[in-house]
Design a protein around this ligand. Sequence first.
Ligand SMILES: [Zn+2]
Length: 293
Amino acid sequence: MIMPTLPIVNALTIDVEDYFQVSAFAPHISRADWNSRECRVERNVNRILELLDSYQTKATFFTLGWIAERYPHLVRLIVAQGHELASHGYGHERASDQLEAVFYADIHLAKVLLEDISGGEVLGYRAPSFSIGANNLWAFDCLVRAGYRYSSSIYPIKHDHYGMPDAPRFVYQARPGLIEIPITTLRLFKRNLPSSGGGYFRLLPYALSRWMLSRVNAVDHESGVFYFHPWEIDTAQPRVAGISHKTRFRHYVNIHRMENRLKRLLTDFKWGRMDHIFLDQGNLASAEAVAPA
Ligand SMILES: [Zn+2]
């Protein structure tokens, strides 16, 4: 008799930042303006927490230090509801634009802040806009020094703003004591196709996104890492003026469809927290050291 295999658990991740902190808006919204913008993150995270609760799903929230400082109760609520709190750095600057010392200060500050507010240890980090790649792998050394145990910062695709197409597609040991859990891609026609959330998930038909993640589970036998942002479910967010057509399209496309698509995704796959999926399986000890030095 063939025993049915358990479905693969995929990692559901949310990058907790507000709409005005998106990297593509940086040339149009100065950092000094952040304080005067209407904040929508509290409402949006509350909606996500309700949604996850109704599907009895736990997730990982990569939270910006800037947000945690202003909404400490939101951070505590995330933890109280059984989700994993992780770090998205403090100020949402691309790691690829920073000097090593500045990057270290940012990730260290975020970890200390999040741990102070939550009272628990923060193990995971995701770089803003997946900005760790071939040119700044020193960032892994900073993450080890700051006490992180995993990173989910590399997107093994070609993209105009980020990406490291020749990086491993699945979890690997980036440094002793630190694993990298790349954003999920589907290998097709000798290329890595983005298959894990964000703008691509809004742009592509849902059936295609579902098919890609199913293939990763069925063919690669690996857990996928899916990500989205609180502003992606917010149809009433203030519109940012003066941006290019490309930026406008990428930011706003199909936002009105996002919540329903998330509901289908939560129904069609099994989901969990990054630490439960990747750290509890002994990855730190067993992951193959394949990272470029
Ligand atoms: Zn971000």
